[in-house]
Ligand binder design. Structure first.
Ligand code: NAD
Length: 298
């Protein structure tokens, strides 16, 4: 299942015109995409505002996911008071009275004990008040996500850049715990935050140069073999049996139409073997994120 990542609507990658973003959201709904993911962090509330405007009159056609606890590059607050106020602010921007999923955003920047003992219980109270149907956590370090999944009380875990052509440790580290605890897994950033596109990584991309270069080699290889790199990369993620939804960031109808082609594409095992060879020297290289104690590499 392919979901619509709405961070690009907050100009996280490039400047996106509001009209273009709105057209992409409407076209995605028309083409059957029914999961939209956003956060107050993306464009400092801009993505939520734009998605909320685009969903006016269409809210009942989609499952809507937003987040709490992260508000800027260095602005985090996972306290019960902030999280409780945050959902009301998000609901107002999204023009709705509930979200389908509320997630604590990038929990590796928080205190693990606070996340488990304060943030998650506060989100459960928000759920009990009818403002969120399900709750979850998101982040990069898989070991921390697995630990919170095992000890906290969540419905969903979203991890990003941990299952795509370049990094694949999601199934080893997090999927077994998620299955044991009956937790849904969302896999975000299937294009490794644009590394696996012809445009290449944005300037702020945290991956080491050799990873970005390997991604560019994969893109060239796919083009030479007549396969759209994005379609190839998305198909690889869609074939992961442990993942409920794959979230790709989109902001135009052209991107949407290309990405939907992945639904009908069948992975070519011979091409995949060659791509595996290209990325072998850099496979599973990941950067650090968040507090050192939360960031023990898997
Ligand atoms: P991604 O790997 O999905 O890449 C998105 C980038 O690729 C954007 O620049 C987009 O414009 C571009 N792109 C998409 N389709 C394209 C196409 N057909 N041709 C060319 N370029 C194309 O990375 P992402 O956006 O970071 O991840 C997807 C979504 O997952 C986010 O929007 C967000 O909703 C979610 N996410 C959540 C977290 C978190 O909670 N911590 C972290 C990362 C992502």
């Amino acid at each position: 299942m392919l979901g619509f990542g709405a961070s690009p609507l907050g100009n996280v990658f490039d400047e996106v015109s509001p009209a273009q973003g709105e057209r992409a959201v409407h076209a995605a709904i028309d083409r059957g995409i029914n999961l939209f993911d956003v956060s107050p962090y993306y464009g400092k509330t801009l993505a939520e505002e734009r998605l909320g405007a685009a969903l006016l009159g269409r809210r009942d056609k989609v499952a809507l996911s937003t987040k709490c606890g992260r508000y800027d590059t260095d602005c985090f607050d996972f306290s019960a008071a902030r999280v409780t106020a945050s959902i009301d602010e998000s609901l107002s921007r999204l023009h709705t009275d509930y979200v389908d999923l509320l997630q604590a955003h990038d929990i590796e920047f928080g205190d693990r004990r606070q996340i488990i003992e304060e943030t998650i219980p506060a989100m459960r109270r928000i759920q009990a008040a009818g403002k969120a149907r399900f709750i979850g956590v998101t982040g990069l370090p898989l070991k921390m996500l697995a630990d919170v999944a095992a000890r906290g009380d969540v419905d969903v875990v979203l991890s990003y850049c941990r299952y795509n052509l370049l990094v694949r440790d999601l199934n080893r580290v997090l999927a077994p715990i998620a299955e044991e605890h009956d937790i849904g897994l969302i896999n975000a950033s299937p294009l490794h935050m644009r590394v696996l596109t012809k445009e290449g990584a944005p300037p702020w991309h945290p991956a080491p140069t050799e990873v970005r270069e390997a991604g560019a080699r994969v893109v060239d290889f796919c083009c030479k073999h007549g396969v759209e790199p994005v379609v190839f990369a998305l198909r690889f993620c869609l074939d992961n049996p442990h993942v409920a939804s794959t979230l790709v960031g989109m902001s135009s109808i052209e991107q949407l139409e290309t990405n939907l082609r992945a639904m009908d594409y069948q992975m070519d095992p011979a091409l995949l073997e060659e791509v595996n060879g290209l990325i072998a020297p850099v496979r599973d290289i990941i950067w650090s994120s968040g507090r050192p104690e939360n960031n023990v590499q898997s």
